[in-house]
Write a protein that binds this ligand. Structure first.
Ligand SMILES: [Zn+2]
Length: 344
């Protein structure tokens, strides 16, 4: 079956008027590193297609979709201080969302063993009603919604390992028991949400799980939270599809984040997820790029993730977490204990 990478040169045409950390060079570095390593030619490169208004409006308020698409006609401009658009952004954002929808659908159908989408602009801060945090449409949420609406899957687990809390994805599914949103992130940090106590609401109560880590969390802390909470939860929730909101700004060399993850740490998390996905959902696993601002570090981490998915042995990280981080994990488990037996 092989694997697929969603990439389109049009994603490079989304850029700020002056230098911005969320820049086209990010994708160029990924492409260069993957080409050099031989992985680019091993992959099927999928260029994607534009999302339809209906696909976007299934996740975002229709008025927001229309307003955002209209607003982007007057490029260059900004949605807010952080969130720019250029002349190419309208097309890039439509291809980013539509391409992610199709890549995820193909993973669900098992056309590919796994998929890695490289959309720009990224998506996880885009809420149902607004663009923010470099994000215009929420690629991963739009794709999860489409997979559910197609009837191909009944439950989706979204694991967001970006250093920022994916407030937009959390908002989209806060009252929806079909989507389990799990996030590890630096806290306090942008955008400010993502406390242990935020666990969902209404029918979605118990279907949001946040691990707000103080700065400095490293491989052992991330491996611990995977082992102690995320993997057992996955077994019990029993998703038909696992999506990773894959930001690489928790890398120790990142320019915005203050975490300490290494390439091996990303590989270890990938290895654990891959095993669990094979046990729960026939290996239906797709990665969707979010942040990552040291262009070289994020490219090398992506190489490590893909190599792990292709079967390279990864390190098992069993060192105990530091007490501060263990407490965060315990606090979150405490919130969700009554809903999920597996995380006792
Ligand atoms: Zn981020």
């Amino acid at each position: 079956m092989g694997f697929a990478i969603l990439y389109n040169d049009a994603f490079l045409e989304h850029h700020d008027v002056s230098h911005h950390p969320e820049c086209p060079e990010r994708l160029e570095a990924i492409r260069d590193v993957l080409t050099e390593s031989g992985l680019w030619s091993k992959a099927t490169i999928v260029e994607g297609r534009e999302a339809t208004r209906a696909e976007l409006a299934a996740n975002h308020a229709p008025e927001y979709v229309d307003r955002a698409l209209e607003h982007m006609r007057s490029a260059p401009g900004r949605f807010d201080a952080d969130t720019f658009f250029s002349e190419g952004s309208r097309l890039a954002s439509l291809l980013a969302a539509g391409g992610t929808v199709d890549m995820v659908a193909s993973v669900v159908e098992r056309t590919w063993d796994f998929g890695f989408a490289l959309p720009r602009p990224p998506g996880h801060h885009a809420t149902p009603t607004r663009a923010m945090g470099f994000c215009i449409f929420n690629n991963v949420a739009v794709a999860a919604r489409a997979a559910l609406d197609s009837g191909a899957v009944e439950r989706v687990l979204i694991f967001d390992w970006d250093v920022h809390h994916g407030n937009g994805t959390q908002d989209a599914f806060y009252e929806d028991e079909r989507v389990m949103y799990v996030s590890t992130h630096q806290w306090p940090f942008y955008p400010g949400s993502g406390l242990s106590e935020e666990v969902g609401h209404g029918a979605g109560q118990g279907y949001t799980m946040n691990f707000p880590f103080p700065p400095g969390a490293g491989d052992e802390e991330y491996a611990f939270v995977m082992r102690e909470a995320i993997l057992p939860l996955m077994q019990e929730f029993d998703p038909g599809l696992v999506l990773v909101s894959a930001g690489f700004d928790a890398h120790r060399d990142d320019l915005l984040g203050s975490m300490r993850l290494s390439d091996d740490g990303y590989a270890a998390m990938t290895g654990m997820l891959h095993v669990a996905a094979k046990q729960t959902c026939g290996g239906r696993l797709a990665f969707v790029l979010e942040g990552g601002y040291n262009v070289e570090a994020q490219a090398l981490s992506i190489e490590a993730v893909i190599r792990t998915m292709l079967g390279r042995e990864c390190e098992t990280i069993e060192d105990p977490p530091r007490e501060t981080y263990r407490k965060v994990v315990d606090r979150t488990r405490q919130q969700l204990r009554s809903r999920w037996k597996a995380i006792f």
